[in-house]
Design a protein around this ligand. Sequence first.
Ligand code: ADP
Length: 248
Amino acid sequence: MSEVRVEGVVKGYRQGGRAVAALRGVDLSIEGPTFEALMGPSGSGKSTLLGLLGGLDRPDAGRILLAGRDIAKLSERERTLLRRRDVGIVFQQFNLLPTLTARQNIALPGVLDGCERSWLDGRVDELLELLGLIGRADHRPAAMSGGEQQRAAIARAMLFSPALILADEPTGNLDSASSEALWRTLATLAGEQGATVLMVTHEAAAVAHCRRAHVLIDGRIAGTFEVQGRDAGDVASCYHQLVGQKRP
Ligand code: ADP
C-alpha cells in the first residue's frame, strides 16, 4: 500500500520584484495503488505541485507525506536519493539521453546508484517486456517512435519500483492513437503492478482512464471527482462545473 498525503502546502516564487503564490494551501490524499489525474487551468500550480511531490523542490509551508515520511524535511542528499529510488517522474519531453539505447537509458539510474549488474540486467529485461519494448531494446531514441520513447521513459521511472509515479502531460508530444495506448499502459501499471500514478493532463480522454481527478484552481484543490464509469464528455462536464464555466 502506498499513500500520498499533502497537507496545507504553500509555495511561492519571486518574479522580478513580485511575489507569486503558486500553491496557497493544498490538501490532497491518495491511497494507492491507483491511477489519478491532476487537472486545472494553465498557471493553477499543477507543475509546482508535481515538482514538490517529486522532491525537485521544497514547499514554503505544509507537509508532504510519502508512505508516512515527510519529504519536505529531507536534506538535499536525501531528496536526491528520493528522486532516484522512491518517486519516478515522466515528462512530456521524454528526457532520454540521445546517445544511449533504450536498454541503457532504462538502466541509467541503476548505474548511477551502483546497482549490481546481474540484478540490473534482469530488472531492465523485465521492464522492456512489461512495456512492450523488447524489439526496441538496442535502438537509440531517434530510431524509436514517440510512444516507444515515452514507454522507455516510464520503464526508467519504474526501475526501483517507486511508491509513486508522477507524469507531467506525458502524451503532450504524442498523436492520439499513441496517447490512448499510453493511458492504457499507465492504467495497467496501476492495476497490475500496484503502482500509484498521478498524471497532470488537460485531456478529458486521458482522465477517462483514471480512477479519480483532482482539480487545482488558483493554487488550491477546488474539488475531486470519481471518474470510473464516466466517459470523456462526462469528465469534461465535471471539470467545467468545478472551474465554474458552464459548457455551451
Ligand atoms: P501549471 O502547471 O498549472 O500551468 P505552474 O505550477 O507551472 O502551473 O505555475 C503556477 C504559478 O507559479 C504561475 O503563476 C507561474 O508563473 C508561477 N511559477 C511557476 N514556476 C515558477 C518559477 N520557477 N519562477 C517563478 N514563477 C513560477
